[in-house]
Design a protein. Structure first.
Length: 151
């Protein structure tokens, strides 16, 4: 029986890790390119990055973008509430456990950076994580996702 030398195994693992890195880098570049492509279609939205300095991390999933419209939700309008071109849209994207990108309609909402100096409160993080969980479960086909309540 012939054994593979440790240095050969290490080389194979490094090559595989490098290939995974290249794939992820390529994916990130594609995401940025796609965002730049649709950015023009989202004119009217302002974008800011808020900091999470709490002990609780922001969560994310394989479907991290949250698109909500609390403005029209409160108005109980009977047509779509989450189209990209509707007034009152909020686009939320956790970009790390400590940061979230928020694109908002400045005609409806105050700049989030003016609230608490752009730093998320513990309650903000809990609500965002709850919303992320509901979004993830709904996208996975869980029909009870919207009935979840925060603990």
């Amino acid at each position: 029986m012939k054994f593979i030398n440790d240095s050969v195994i290490e080389k194979i693992v490094r090559q595989g890790a490098h290939q995974q890195y290249l794939k992820k880098t390529d994916s990130a570049a594609k995401l940025i390119k796609n965002f730049e492509r649709i950015k023009g279609e989202m004119t009217g939205l302002e974008c800011v990055v808020l900091d999470n300095q709490n002990s609780t991390n922001l969560i994310s999933s394989d479907r991290p973008v949250l698109l909500i419209n609390p403005f029209l939700q409160r108005k109980r309008i009977n047509f779509g509430k989450d189209g990209m071109f509707q007034m009152g849209i909020l686009l939320l994207l956790p970009i790390s456990p400590e940061k979230i990108l928020i694109c908002y309609d400045p005609n409806i909402y105050e700049n989030p950076c003016t609230i608490n100096s752009g730093v998320l409160s513990e309650q903000d993080v809990e609500k965002l994580n709850h919303l992320s969980l509901i979004h993830f479960l709904a996208s996975a086909g869980d029909s009870n996702a919207d009935t979840l309540t925060p603990s």
